[in-house]
Design a protein around this ligand. Structure first.
Ligand code: IMP
Length: 473
């Protein structure tokens, strides 16, 4: 823009509509909404059964949320506001959750105490531990054993020594039959020499049958994504072969240092990554030209999150609908297909998601909506008879105090400004129920728009509408 255009800056400026200022224009429905196809892509290599992603925030996605998301066919992105080891542990817990034979098993030594076993089980959400000495299985200890025993008792004195085991050639059906016959929940897998090789759990095998649309890898393990900083190559390398998809997590990806650091990560790990957040056509074009095949997906939206105050304190932003339309437009310009656009920030229900699809998104990321569920990492708070959960921006003072996330926000040289707040969200119960509601809303919206799928929603028409009073959140 040259200096003469100061006169026209405002008149030339683009309108950045947000969820409250547009509506889907109704169209003729040729199928019933329940039959709408809501499968879509999360990244170049990962197809989702439902178009929902849980945000990498420390009040939203740790292993429990990621497991619940993947079981339903969505995906969770594990947050990075913790040490690399803690993040890796969370990712591993998801991979361990439902495989037939779990290979990466958490075990305990026979000289540890009941209290140690209890703590390990609590930390990893598991109900039993194989007891292993020098690589050999010597016993098993379960929840039931630790509940009734003296916390200072030695594992060797309270464990079950006579363990029913299987070889790793056992089939799923035979394993279930054996566990039923022996009335056991856990079946350790051992080699001919008694070496401990893995674990089969009854719960995992049963749960696996329950979730037909779950996202799984070739070994039957649930899929999970992990957030990383562009400036933490070591963490990216450690996570790259465990998590199914890495996501570069910064507030403003369109930054020369961020993009060249991301290039280095892509080159080192040899896999594409999801990049973001971005807000403009130029940002997407630059990212695509510099990173090319290295871009697995685009996370779009800047300053619209429920807990975000970036647009208040800096007056900069790219509302989510505007941001996704910029990305979809840029990809169209480039003729690039197969790089999904993820809408991120400010969505409260399936209708908001449907609008995002109409503006070019392939999938949507929720923070606020999932922070309210049982599976988010925070406790339920009782306040004057009502139940809440905490949600907070990763740029809030409290989140930054935890330390690991500080480089999500660029260094502005002065005092670190807060770009997020803490808030309470009304508690909503199980994420399964919340997902059912979102699915219902998205399918109904697709029906009203006269489309048949999430993919087809890109052709949906929209109407400008005066901002509406929110009737309910
Ligand atoms: P929500 O679904 O409206 O809660 O928005 C979640 C999104 O807000 C996240 O996925 C991030 O992109 C963004 N976000 C998270 N923390 C902050 C922050 O502190 N400031 C600005 N944006 C944030």
């Amino acid at each position: 823009m040259d200096s003469n255009s100061f006169y026209s800056k405002l008149s030339d400026s683009q309108a950045a509509f947000t969820f409250d200022s547009v509506l889907l224009r109704p169209g003729k429905a040729i199928i019933e909404p329940k039959d709408a196809d809501i499968s879509t892509n999360f990244s170049k290599g990962i197809r989702l059964s439902i178009p929902f992603i849980s945000s990498p925030m420390d009040t939203v996605t740790e292993s429990r949320m990621a497991i619940a998301m993947a079981r339903r066919g969505g995906i969770g992105v594990i947050h990075r506001n913790c040490s690399a080891e803690e993040e890796l542990d969370m990712v591993k817990a998801v991979k361990r959750a439902e495989s037939f034979i779990i290979r990466d098993v958490i075990t305990i030594g026979k000289d540890k105490t009941v209290k140690d076993a209890f703590q390990i089980m609590q930390k990893h959400y598991i109900s039993g531990l194989p007891v292993v000495e020098n690589g050999k299985l010597v016993g098993i200890i379960t929840n039931r054993d630790v509940r009734d025993e003296d916390p200072s008792a030695r594992i060797a004195d309270v464990m079950t020594k006579d363990v029913v085991t299987a070889s790793d050639a056992i089939s799923e059906a035979d394993a279930v039959a054996l566990m039923r016959k022996e009335k056991i929940e856990k079946l350790p897998v051992v080699g001919k020499d008694g070496s401990f090789e893995g674990l089969i759990t009854y719960k995992d095998v049963k749960v696996k049958g329950k979730y037909k649309n779950a996202l799984r890898d070739n070994d039957g393990r649930l899929l999970v994504s992990a957030a990383v900083s562009p400036f933490d190559l070591d963490r990216a390398k450690a996570l790259a072969n465990v998590a199914d998809q890495l996501l570069i997590d910064v507030a403003h990806f369109h930054n020369a240092n961020v993009m060249s650091a991301t290039k280095r990560i892509i080159d080192e790990i040899g896999k594409p990554v999801i990049v973001g957040n971005l807000g403009t056509r130029e940002g997407v074009l630059d990212a695509m030209s510099q990173l090319d095949e290295g871009v697995a997906g685009l996370r779009m939206g800047l300053g619209s999150g429920s807990i975000c105050i970036t647009s208040d304190v800096t007056r900069a932003g790219s509302p989510t609908l505007y941001a996704v339309s910029q990305a979809a437009g840029a990809l169209e310009e480039l003729g690039v297909k197969g790089v999904p656009v993820i809408a991120d920030g400010g969505m409260k229900n399936g209708g908001d998601a449907a609008l995002a699809f109409a503006f070019g998104a392939d999938a949507v990321m929720f923070g606020y909506v999932f922070a309210a569920c049982d599976e988010s990492p925070t406790p339920i708070l009782d306040i004057e008879g009502k139940q809440f959960k905490k949600h907070r921006g990763m740029g809030s003072k409290a989140a930054r105090e935890r330390g690991a996330i500080v480089d999500r926000y660029a260094d502005s040289g002065g005092k670190k400004i807060a770009e997020g707040i803490e808030m309470l969200v009304p508690y909503k119960g199980r994420v399964d129920d919340v997902i059912d509601e979102l699915v219902g809303e998205v399918k109904a919206a697709i029906g009203y728009a006269g489309k048949t799928s999430v993919a087809e929603m890109k052709q949906a028409q929209v109407l400008r509408s005066p901002p509406r009073e929110k009737k309910q959140v």
